[in-house]
Write a protein that binds this ligand. Structure first.
Ligand code: CO
Length: 216
């Protein structure tokens, strides 16, 4: 108990802006934040072009690019609305091992935003690969996902859109859609494969290592 209080006090000193930070955040909330467990609200279509919603959509893009992540959902920046973004750049594919690119079926996904998305399974076969989440920073685990899905919803201007995603892109879409329903990959992962991504560096640094919760 004492140990917990000590740790909490230590964290409190690190967060001088406590109580003064309002979402949408420029950072990503972490597992334990109750907003990651809520079923998010649909966005009223007539409100999509309002400044409030457009600000959230723009902030999502800023955070995706800041973290270099493959996807991001509004709850992860503190907003419980049914909005997510996904992106897989040519540069990311180029800097990933060709073996992984091939085995995981990675293809370029231009920056895409879905509002009020729904999912239809196109190919019911499930594929397991290691997957991470900016809200479970520093860890990864094997997660089974459907091979191909179709996402339908509205775009950032409120336009109806529908797109099929295969393999790695399908994984990103399923992961992000789960966030809107308060689910995390840790709910469905193969539990024995949960892995701290830097476990070797922990040894090499004799434990003097911290997981950064921002990319900088
Ligand atoms: Co995630």
């Amino acid at each position: 108990m004492t140990v917990t209080r000590k740790v909490l006090n230590w964290y409190a000193r690190l967060s001088p802006s406590r109580g003064r930070v309002t979402p949408p955040y420029s950072h990503v909330v972490q597992i334990g934040d109750p907003r990651l467990r809520k079923v998010s609200e649909p966005v009223p279509p007539e409100s999509i072009k309002t400044e409030q919603i457009q600000t959230i959509i723009k902030k999502l893009e800023v955070v995706v690019n800041r973290y270099g992540s493959l996807g991001m959902s509004a709850p992860q920046i503190g907003v419980n609305m049914r909005i997510f973004a996904m992106q897989l750049t040519a540069l990311e594919i180029k800097t990933t091992s060709p073996v992984i690119v091939k085995s995981h079926g990675m293809t370029v996904v231009p920056y895409t935003v879905f509002i009020n998305p729904s999912l239809k399974i196109v190919d019911y076969r499930k594929v397991s690969h290691a997957e991470g989440c900016e809200s479970v920073r520093g860890f990864s685990a094997e997660v089974p996902r459907y091979k191909e899905v179709e996402i339908s919803g509205l775009g950032p201007e409120g336009e109806p859109k529908s797109e099929k995603f295969k393999d790695w892109a399908a994984r990103i879409a399923q992961h992000e859609l789960d966030h809107l329903d308060g689910k995390l990959y840790t709910d469905i992962m193969d539990r024995k494969t949960l892995c701290c991504n830097c476990w070797e560096e922990v040894n090499l640094s004799q434990g003097k290592l911290a997981i950064p919760f921002t990319p900088e």
